[in-house]
Design a protein around this ligand. Structure first.
Ligand SMILES: [Zn+2]
Length: 311
């Protein structure tokens, strides 16, 4: 296999600008996978072998990033190598950057619908287990993980951006009034790109930790003449799961964007979606009445300007 012959050029020690010695010439990355188990949030952790660096300590699977790898690619590879994580098992939610200057650790936060089977798969790993988030602080933790855990714990829920298509389209004069379906298609394609690239910062209206990048699910709610986009989208290109494209990147974004056709008023559908979904919900609309309904449903709100600035 060509993939197996890739040169592991990240292996090696380096010194950060704070004077610590760290493993990983190009930095390091780890995977914090979470999954609900009988109503409790659990995370996948590995216990390091006694002979290694921080022997016996628990932390997310992870290790040196190679020069050609993204953080996501490296983190998924390490979880497969150390804990036998199956391919396409998780969907990436975000990346937390811990930058020491000259060396950084990127924690890739991911979720699975339920815990999957794991085992210690490398000589560096003595145990692999799903641990209830509540029980994590009681373990003997790797010091770097212990430091970031309080913040990481706050990120263990998916983010969904719910877009009021009519309102966002109406806020940019690109000729949408001549072809509403075409304008909705353009917006959907841009959102697909955004889902793949991730979002560097959320609006101030959201109470959420600062990540290097968020990878949200996106729901585009269309109404009236733009509704045909929903049927066309549902019949779109197959083969893109939530975890995305081969190579472990968050993906094409196709699997992360859902187009919902409002049967009646777009506002009613948006408020209903905002109330039904779990996790963090951000509704993009400038409509004051709709914003009030969404906030009452537990969602955060922001205006089209924020979203257009991300595209
Ligand atoms: Zn350091």
């Amino acid at each position: 296999m060509v993939g197996a012959m890739v040169n592991r050029d990240g292996n090696g020690w380096t010194t950060c600008s704070r004077g610590h010695r760290h493993w990983g010439r190009f930095g390091a990355a780890g995977l914090l996978a979470c999954a609900p188990d009988e109503g409790r949030a659990c995370v996948l952790l590995q216990r390091r072998s006694w002979w290694g660096n921080h022997g016996g300590a628990w932390g997310p699977p992870g290790g040196a990033r190679d020069s050609h790898e993204s953080a996501v690619t490296a983190a998924l590879r390490e979880a497969e190598e150390e804990c036998a994580m199956p391919p396409d098992a998780v969907s990436v939610l975000g990346i937390l950057l811990d930058d020491h200057g000259g060396w950084s650790y990127q924690t890739v936060i991911a979720s699975a619908p339920r815990p999957f089977a794991v085992r210690p798969a490398s000589s560096e790993t003595s145990q692999a287990a799903w641990v209830a988030a509540h029980d994590v602080p009681a373990l003997d933790l790797h010091p770097g993980f212990a430091e970031t855990w309080p913040l990481l714990r706050e990120t263990l829920q998916p983010l969904t951006v719910i877009v009021d298509a009519a309102n966002v389209m109406g806020s940019r004069p690109d000729g949408w009034w001549r072809d509403r379906a075409g304008a909705a298609r353009r917006l959907r394609d841009q959102l697909t790109g955004l889902a793949a690239d991730g979002i560097p910062s959320l609006p101030d209206s959201m109470d959420a930790p600062a990540l290097e990048r968020w990878f949200p699910d996106i729901v585009l709610v269309v109404e009236g003449a733009a509704r045909s986009v929903a049927a066309a989208h549902a019949a779109g290109p197959p083969g893109h799961g939530r975890s995305g494209a081969p190579g472990g990147e968050p993906g094409s974004g196709d699997g992360r964007v859902r187009v919902v056709a409002a049967p009646g008023s777009g506002d009613d559908t948006i408020a209903a979606v905002a109330g039904e979904l779990e996790g963090r919900r951000l509704v993009v609309t400038a409509d004051r009445q709709l914003r009030e309904r969404c906030v009452a449903a537990g969602a955060s709100v922001t205006g089209p300007h924020w979203l257009l600035g991300q595209l």
